[in-house]
Design a binder for this molecule. Sequence first.
Ligand code: ATP
Length: 215
Amino acid sequence: MHLTAENLAARRGEDLIFVNISFHLAAGEALILTGRNGSGKSTLLRVVAGLLKPEKGTVIVRDGAGREDGHPGEFSHYLGHRNAMKNELTVAENLDFWRRFLGGTGSSAGLSVEDATESVGLPGIAHLPFGYLSAGQQRRFAFAKLLVAHRPIWILDEPTAALDASADRLFAGLIEAHLTNGGIVLAATHQPLGLKNAQELKMTGFAGVDAGVWG
Ligand SMILES: Nc1ncnc2c1ncn2[C@@H]1O[C@H](COP(=O)(O)OP(=O)(O)OP(=O)(O)O)[C@@H](O)[C@H]1O
């Protein structure tokens, strides 16, 4: 699988936030977006996930044989700033909802809810309402959503916000495992995720609108 962005430009409100952003990621590759607050990282992630229409440019997914393969949103998990969980439901109910909603059989089947909660280091508390949990516990379970249904592309916005050092390492391990299995990762972060071989795209925001550079 390949994820290609060509000459993307995006606008929020009246303002152009970035122009001429292009990148290409093959199976097993990661691109990390860095840059100051407001430089457009979340905007770019939302464009790639199909949640925001670009002003210009395209995002294309191709299969291994180079054939165009539908919209990136169909192949992606998007973990935004918000956790996309209902406070009133238990963790297990939330994850079970996502497992059934996102579906998948065969190669797209994910982990069971139990295995997913274990993978994020929090077995045994999935019976609690999501709203009872600490910010870091909530973030870990939000990440577990990525595990209950398989999607080859992970689009992650500040995935390690609110996490302690051990959770940082745990997430880095889960992301590395996804890449090793042929996944693709596009992530915005202020903290280094400690991924090996990740490329970096430094977002410069409107001030340097045509200077989005490879680092
Ligand atoms: N809905 C909106 N309407 C108008 N402007 C917006 C909207 N959402 C974001 N912006 C503006 O777009 C710019 C880019 O925001 P974005 O959230 O993409 O930045 P970011 O690099 O992810 O920032 P952070 O590091 O703070 O998360 C900012 O100047 C922001 O004020």
